[in-house]
Design a protein around this ligand. Structure first.
Ligand SMILES: [Zn+2]
Length: 98
């Protein structure tokens, strides 16, 4: 019984080595043909896979610190809203209509 298995294993190794030699022969001597279809065509865009999304890990913010940084109108104590962007800072304005 064990001789049959050992013979089959040797035969299998022989076949694998022949397959490897044939693959090397094919890779060296037979050039690959160009694909029939241009896969970069917009016609095939619906079959394309999107790029992998970028996953960002956000820094956890402390709400107490954010509340202390909130701009409050010194006259009416209303929260100021951001009105204009400047190069290095923002301009906040009170929009309280009372
Ligand atoms: Zn105000």
């Amino acid at each position: 019984m064990s001789t049959i298995i050992s013979i089959l294993v040797k035969y299998n190794q022989l076949l694998l080595s022949q397959i490897n030699q044939l693959l090397i022969f094919i890779a060296k001597n037979i050039p690959l043909s160009k694909p029939k279809y241009d896969i970069t065509s917009p016609k095939y865009n619906k079959h394309a896979v999107d790029k992998v999304p970028i996953i960002k890990i956000f820094k956890r913010l402390d709400y107490k610190q954010l509340l202390t940084e909130t701009f409050i109108c010194p006259f009416c104590r209303h929260v100021l809203s951001k009105k204009k962007d400047r190069k290095n800072f923002y301009i906040h304005k009170c929009i309280n209509k009372i």
